[in-house]
Design a protein around this ligand. Structure first.
Ligand code: ZN
Length: 529
């Protein structure tokens, strides 16, 4: 997924002052830039057809990674990831209340789909306004003080932005602000549906993005719970529709929005019934994760797991006569770096005490599907998984201004280890420059985080390089291998991440979530099992 632009805070501190201090004993053969370059070139070649899940590109890419793992002596296996492509056809939505009835137009006024693996999904239920739709024990917050089972909840986008910023991370978005969370919580509440009120200002993107993203085929993993973890109707309504809806129920949208910031807020029935029919066309795609294990010497059944997604967008709409979306930066580069970290890891002078796993996951571009499937069906128990380190887009541009950024800064103790490690390289660790965008929840580390496994995600790309990449190449056929790339920064990042992994693999205490973070309680519960 995509990353970010940073603000230039101040000019590099390190130009004059430092020869990086060498650690007493180098942990491993350093990561090799030539090898990273070769892996990227192969994985991003036209032959691999943009590495879409399920095709020839998948076959070639996953074999390439697995063969490499075997060649360096990792115990290697595949995890089958069954996926399903769903195209929902949605009829207009009929609303009936005291003030009469009206019909909403699909696309223009509402978006809806269903992840249920069923051909016909008729929905007909009462609308209930549930504020931000959040249950956050660490903030003593619960928007569901009454039962909404079988109802369609109407919820606000983002997390409650309290005036004093005393809860929900202040400026930083917490997971409670993400739309994915809203639907997950609706499922936990047993709701029949959830409609998120779209407001451009708070979502950070216009209605067209909602409309575009949710038209056409959507992918999901095949779920063993037969849909118990998904709310049958997932959808959005525009702000205008919401305002009119509340008005017809004799209420004022802005006033209710204010009310939703009160911790005493309770669900408010709107006295309106919503009915909509969805028809799903489905097709199955079989994909896989590639897993390589560097076995631990003392605690082989405890794991540090690296992840990097091997998939990209495949062959699609041509641009400038090119229809192969090679995904060289996104994320051949991340996989290449992980492979090279694995190789360097096998050469570590002292074998790691815990096992280190190198997992190339599928379906990230379709919604973190490979990592999500893994975390739902873990090969190695999550309560034996000490940490996750994810790499999505290596820094192939050479420059890093002596800084490495932690995305999701302030979440875990892993960043304390990283801080020390990069200081020894003569570099500085910095905070997530755009915490309000919630990037921590948008790549594969999140599949681990939301199930309680402490997860680290870093970036060292400079603002100029990131801007240029985002504008010219991100998710375009022009994201291709460039021989002019310089692997200096990628090598430094790789060395640092390997060192972090080795310290965790050999350390006494397990790294923890920092107090007050939303995943800490989940971890504590999972470790008690
Ligand atoms: Zn990516």
């Amino acid at each position: 997924m995509r990353l970010l632009t940073t603000l230039i805070l101040f000019v590099s501190l390190i130009t004059s002052c430092s020869q990086p201090t060498t650690p007493e004993k180098p942990p491993a053969t350093p990561v090799d830039g030539h090898a990273i370059r070769e892996h990227i070139q192969r994985l991003a070649s036209d032959e691999m057809e943009g590495r879409a899940p399920g095709g020839k590109g998948e076959e070639l890419a996953t074999s390439y990674i697995a063969d490499f793992y075997r060649s360096i002596g990792l115990r290697t296996q595949f995890q089958a990831v069954p996926m399903i492509g769903i195209t929902s056809t949605v009829a207009p939505m009929k609303l009936t209340g005291k003030a009469g009835s009206q019909t909403l137009k699909f696309g223009e006024q509402f978006m809806a789909w269903s992840r249920l693996e069923k051909n016909n999904i008729p929905i007909d239920a009462d609308l209930v306004f549930c504020g931000y739709g959040v249950v956050a024990p660490e903030y003593q917050w619960n928007d569901f003080k009454s039962d909404v089972k079988g109802k369609i909840i109407v919820v606000l986008i983002n997390d409650p932005q309290l005036e004093d910023q005393s809860k929900f991370g202040g400026r930083a978005m917490t997971y409670y602000g993400r739309w994915t969370y809203k639907f997950e919580e609706a499922a936990r509440q047993g709701a029949a549906g959830a409609l998120i009120v779209h407001e451009t200002q708070f979502a950070g993107y216009p209605w067209e993005v909602v409309r575009g993203s949710w038209s056409g085929e959507q992918f999901d993993i095949v779920r063993t719970d037969k849909g118990a973890s998904t709310v049958p109707l997932q959808g959005w309504i525009t702000r205008d529709v919401a305002a009119a809806l509340f008005k017809s129920a004799g209420m004022d949208f802005d006033a209710l929005k204010k009310k939703a910031l009160d911790p005493e807020f309770r669900p408010i029935p709107l006295g309106i019934k919503a009915a909509v029919d969805l028809k799903n066309a489905m097709h199955r795609v079989d994909s896989k994760n590639v897993i390589g294990v560097l076995e631990g010497s003392e605690r082989p059944d405890e794991y540090v797991i690296f992840t990097a997604h091997w998939d990209h967008l495949g062959v699609s709409e041509p641009q400038n006569g090119d229809k192969i979306y090679n995904g060289a930066v996104d994320n051949a580069s991340g996989v290449a770096l992980m492979m090279e970290i694995a190789r360097a890891g096998t050469k570590a002078q002292v074998k790691p005490k815990r096992s280190i796993v190198f997992m190339a996951v599928t379906g990230e571009e379709q919604g973190l599907l490979g990592s999500d499937y893994y975390a739902e069906n873990p090969v190695f128990p999550l309560n034996k998984t000490v940490a996750n380190i994810n790499i999505d887009e290596a820094n192939v541009f050479g420059r890093n201004n002596g800084r490495i950024q932690v995305i999701g800064f302030g979440y875990t103790q892993l960043e304390d280890i990283l801080k020390d490690v990069v200081a020894k390289q003569g570099r500085t660790m910095t905070a997530d420059a755009e915490p309000q965008k919630g990037f921590y929840f948008r790549s594969d580390q999140f599949s681990f985080a939301k199930r309680g496994v402490p997860a680290l995600y870093t970036k060292s790309v400079t603002v100029e390089d990131e801007h240029e990449f985002t504008e010219k190449r991100y998710h375009k056929p022009s994201d291709e291998f460039d021989p002019a790339w310089d692997m200096k920064a990628a090598v430094a990042d790789g060395d640092a991440l390997l060192e972090v992994a080795l310290r965790v693999a050999n350390g006494g205490e397990w790294p923890e979530w920092k107090p007050g973070t939303e995943f800490r309680a989940i971890r504590e519960k999972s470790l008690k099992k």
